[in-house]
Design a protein around this ligand. Sequence first.
Ligand SMILES: [Zn+2]
Length: 183
Amino acid sequence: MAARSSKTNGSRNGARKANGKANGTSNGHPFRVGRSRTGLGLFATEDIKKGTYIAEYIGPLMTNKECDETPENKYWFEVNSRWTINGATRKNIARYFNHSCRPNADPMIRDRRVRIKTIKNIKAGDEITYDYGKDYCDAYIKPHGCKCDKCIEKRAKERAEARVASARRKKRAAAKSAQAAAR
Ligand SMILES: [Zn+2]
């Protein structure tokens, strides 16, 4: 996730105990990897309450200075002005959370650790997403256009409005030429 994003909004709540341990899922998480619109994503295997810690974003820590000297990878997660987690490891299941501009989870940063917490009640089957932050979006998402539900709905709405506007224009033009013909 976030190439060096620096969201720090979670520190206040980080002390809460993880209670996202799943019943009956083999990976110990209440979600599974599945096909999403943009590739792979994580989908709830049970209803999950808002405020539940469901995963940790893991990987070796790098200093931000090391990052400056290393080719960037999109799984870097900057935890503070000094440290970044390199989440590219396959063991890091949290790297499969997709970005959404209308997320139902949020990464909480505390003491160089990042844990993913739900910020909405989630139904079994829902994709679990969080907002990757502006830096990541500018670097990796904007060049292709965001494919999250919110952005897809927004573009569909804009297209529908454009259709209505164009129909209105055509109607006006037809009325005008009918007037002209009647003269
Ligand atoms: Zn979006």
